[in-house]
Design a protein around this ligand. Structure first.
Ligand code: 13P
Length: 248
C-alpha cells in the first residue's frame, strides 16, 4: 500500500486557545472522511493540551512548533521535549527557518533539539531550505546537504525512521511565490538521495512555502513530494480542508 500523504499545518504565532478549539471542532467535521492522509496541526504551545483533547479519536495528530534541547533547568520561557511528550503530543518541528532567523538557531542547536525530541519518542519534522541568494548562486543542493548532514549528525540509525524532512525555500514562505513544482520535486529527490547516501535512511519529504488550495495538488502529485507543510492557508478551516482533500 502506498504511504499516506502527510498534510501539516504550522500555525506559527497565530490563534488563541479558544480560536484553536473553535477551528478544530469545525475542521475535524470537515475532514471526517479524509483517511487518505495523515493530518498534523502545530498550534502554539499554550493550546497544545486542548488541541490534543479536541482531536482524541480523530485522524488529526498534534505537534509542537519547537522544543528546547535540554531536558529541564534554568531556561526561562522555554519548553522541553519531555513536557511536550507528556501531554500526548506526537510531533515537533525542528529547524524552521523562522527559528533559525529570529531566534538564531544554528545547525548545531537544531541537531541537539532533534536528538532530544527523538529520545522522547517525538516524531520530528526537520525543516531545511535555501535563501534566494543561495538559489541565485546555484548552491541549493550544497546548502541543503550541509543542513541535512549537520542537522542529523550522530542520530542513531534506528531513530531516523522518525524523521520527516520539510523542504521550505525561505523566499517562498509567506510571500505568495511558491516554487514551481518541478524545482520542488528536484530538491525533494535530492534530499532523498542525500539521506540514502549519508545515512542509509529513507524519509518522507514535505514541501512548504505559499501552499494554497489552488497549488496543493500539483505538489502532492509530484513523484518525490510526500506531503505539505502549510502556513497561512492552514489558518482557515475551509482552505486547510481543501488542501487535505487535494491530497486524495
Ligand atoms: P506559508 O504557507 O505561509 O508560506 O508558510 C510556510 C511555512 O513556513 C510552513 O512551515
Amino acid at each position: 500500500m502506498p504511504m499516506k500523504k502527510i498534510i501539516a499545518a504550522n500555525w506559527k504565532m497565530n490563534k488563541t486557545v479558544s480560536e484553536t478549539k473553535d477551528f478544530l471542532r469545525d475542521f475535524k467535521d470537515k475532514i471526517r472522511n479524509a483517511d487518505n492522509c495523515e493530518i498534523i496541526v502545530f498550534p502554539p504551545f499554550i493550546s497544545l493540551l486542548d488541541a490534543v483533547r479536541e482531536c482524541e479519536n480523530t485522524n488529526i495528530k498534534i505537534g509542537a512548533q519547537n522544543c528546547h534541547c535540554e531536558s529541564s533547568g534554568a531556561f526561562t520561557g522555554e519548553v522541553s521535549a519531555e513536557m511536550v511528550r507528556d501531554i500526548a503530543v506526537d510531533y515537533v518541528i525542528c529547524g524552521h527557518s523562522e527559528r533559525r532567523k529570529y531566534f538564531f538557531e544554528t545547525d548545531e542547536i537544531v541537531n541537539k533539539k532533534i536528538h532530544k525530541a527523538l529520545e522522547n519518542n517525538l516524531k520530528v519534522i526537520f525543516c531545511v531550505g535555501e535563501s534566494l541568494e543561495i538559489r541565485e548562486n546555484g548552491k541549493v543542493n550544497e546548502w541543503i546537504e550541509g543542513q541535512i548532514k549537520n542537522g542529523l549528525k550522530d542520530i542513531p540509525k534506528e531513530n531516523l525512521k522518525n524523521i520527516t524532512v520539510a523542504y521550505e525555500p525561505i523566499w517562498a514562505i509567506g510571500t505568495g511565490k511558491a516554487i514551481n513544482t518541478e524545482s520542488a520535486d528536484g530538491v525533494a529527490e535530492f534530499i532523498k538521495k542525500c539521506l540514502a547516501d549519508n545515512f542509509g535512511a529513507k524519509a518522507a519529504v514535505l514541501y512548504g512555502g505559499s501552499v494554497k488550495p489552488s497549488n496543493a495538488s500539483d505538489f502532492i502529485n509530484s513523484e518525490n513530494i510526500d506531503g505539505l507543510l502549510v502556513g497561512g492557508a492552514s489558518l482557515d478551516a475551509e482552505s486547510f480542508a481543501e488542501i487535505v482533500f487535494a491530497a486524495r
